[in-house]
Design a binder for this molecule. Sequence first.
Ligand code: ATP
Ligand code: MG
Length: 201
Amino acid sequence: MAKIGLMGGTFDPIHNGHLFLAKQALTEFGLDRVLFIPNHIPWMKSGRKITDDQERVDMVLAAIADEPRFEISYIEMNAGGNSYTCNTVQQLHKEHPEHEYFFIMGADSLFSIEKWYHPEIIFEHVCLLVAVRDDCDLHALNDKKVDLEEKYQAKIYLMHMDKVDISSTWIREHIMQPDEVADKLPGNVYKIIQERQLYIN
Ligand code: ATP
Ligand code: MG
């Protein structure tokens, strides 16, 4: 049996916030590895054009190349269509019932998870590891945790880490300012963005 972290996201682009979260989860919860699972179609972000799968995969691969305990999973890209976390965790559990799965997320995701497709199936199959984010109020976050634990018998842990003020949206919007974005994502990811002229206009 292994303890496996699941880091789901659009990764458009992957950034240091995602990587800090995954590292914190590894060390604080003694995980064996973390799977980065890029969405195919993030149906909750339907208003914006999402960068092609291959570009997002290449950026994830570049970002995780130096950490052997980080892996990519193509489970959602291979499934095609809308990406539903409930399907992903069910499939992983079916393929490897011996493993224990921990879904890693930021506070914004915990606040919206009841709008996701079948949240009860997600809570049935994984523990959640949650990081603070933005100006999220700690009391509100704790209330949400307790509320979900009672309603769904969910297992939720808040990670002990400082807030990391980085988002893909901000990076996309400031991509023409190298001095601003350079310390927010790995150098090899920024290189891919520049070479392929992603996020321009
Ligand atoms: P976007 O701005 O496009 O929504 P994002 O930076 O939020 O991008 P996502 O791919 O949407 O990145 O996030 C995947 C997961 O990582 C989500 O659960 C999100 O809450 C979490 N996450 C991303 N960045 C951070 C951060 N800086 N701190 C805490 N959690 C984060
Ligand atoms: Mg997001």
